[in-house]
Every structure is written in C-alpha cells, then in structure tokens.
Design a protein around this ligand. Structure first.
Ligand code: 5GP
Ligand code: ZN
Length: 119
C-alpha cells in the first residue's frame, strides 16, 4: 500500500460534497455515480463509495458489503443503459501497478462498444 492523499485533498470526496461540480447520475446513502472526465468508452461511469477508502487494499472487513452494493448499482445502471444483454465491464484498479490514480475506492463502469481484454 502506497501512501495516499488525505481525504481533504481527495478529488472524489470533493465531488461527493459538491465542491467540484459533476453530473451525478445515481446516489444513495453509500454510493455516488458520475461520468469519468476522460471516458475510455461511450459509457464510462465511476461508481464510488461515499466513504473515503483509499483502495481495495485499505478496506476494512466491515466495508465488504459496499463492494456488493457497487456491483448492484452497476447492474441497475446496465439495465437502464440497455447494456445488460450487450455487455459491460466493471474494473477496480488497486495500487500504482494496477494504474490507480485517484486514491478513493471506485469502480469503472464501461460499455457501449466492443471491448477487448487488456493485459
Ligand atoms: P483510476 O486510474 O484511479 O482507476 O481511475 C481514475 C479515473 O478518474 C480516471 O479514469 C480519470 O479519468 C477519472 N478522473 C480523474 N479526475 C476526475 C475528475 O475530476 N472528475 C471526474 N469525473 N473523473 C475524474
Ligand atoms: Zn475521497
């Protein structure tokens, strides 16, 4: 686990608080969803926890249900976007070697075009 920015400096916490404006496409007591600022696919949403958890590696056992809830929200969004049948990809990058840039737990929801597996 590498050192992470403090919660006060966190871009995604600032989106949750409204300090940084974003188009919120879904929110509930645990989860907030908004479009990725640099979309890699026609549909590219970020599903984040309201709780500032720096990465998967920083999760406490009590945080486990949050990841299930992220998937549940993703499946609901997929239905709404007409992607349930076509297909969609959920990705969580954890740590520098995986390409995590923003140290606040988030799941990428990607779809809308043919995706190839990237190693
Ligand atoms: P990571 O590489 O950490 O898994 O993904 C971070 C994602 O956050 C990137 O895809 C990047 O485009 C997105 N991102 C970074 N800063 C912002 C921002 O200020 N607003 C939004 N909506 N997305 C951001
Ligand atoms: Zn945060």
């Amino acid at each position: 686990m590498s050192p992470s920015k403090s919660q006060a400096d966190c871009i995604f916490c600032k989106i949750i608080s409204g300090e940084i404006p974003s188009q919120i496409v879904y929110q509930d007591e645990d989860i907030v969803v908004f479009p990725d600022i640099n979309p890699a696919t026609p549909v590219h949403l970020l599903i984040i926890t309201r709780k500032h958890i720096p990465s998967l590696a920083h999760m406490a056992e009590a945080d486990t249900p949050l990841v299930g809830k992220m998937v549940k929200v993703a499946n609901k969004l997929a239905r709404e976007q007409g992607l349930s049948e076509k297909g969609y990809r959920l990705t969580i990058n954890s740590g520098a070697e995986a390409g995590q840039v923003v140290p606040h737990l988030h799941m990428h929801f990607m779809g809308g075009r043919d995706l190839r597996w990237v190693h």
